[in-house]
Design a protein. Structure first.
Length: 72
């Protein structure tokens, strides 16, 4: 399953790259991209565990950029 999310308060391109790297390391994530300029994130992951994976994605993003919010 592939889904796109809008991001709010992502402050820098370096943080976006760190978030993308962290998300790609999560088990079950097939591909991920975080675009700083567009303030968007695309996640492709296993359908069966997508909700659980998104919880891990939120936790990983919060570690890198505490102020960033993923709008679901």
């Amino acid at each position: 399953m592939k889904k796109k999310y809008k991001l709010q308060d992502l402050d820098c391109a370096n943080c976006a790259a760190k978030m993308e790297d962290a998300i790609k390391k999560i088990d079950g994530v097939i591909d991920a991209s975080v675009n700083f300029m567009m303030q968007k994130m695309t996640i492709e992951a296993d359908d069966d565990r997508f909700d659980d994976i998104m919880k891990q994605v939120q936790a990983a993003c919060s570690k890198v950029e505490p102020d960033c919010v993923i709008l679901m």
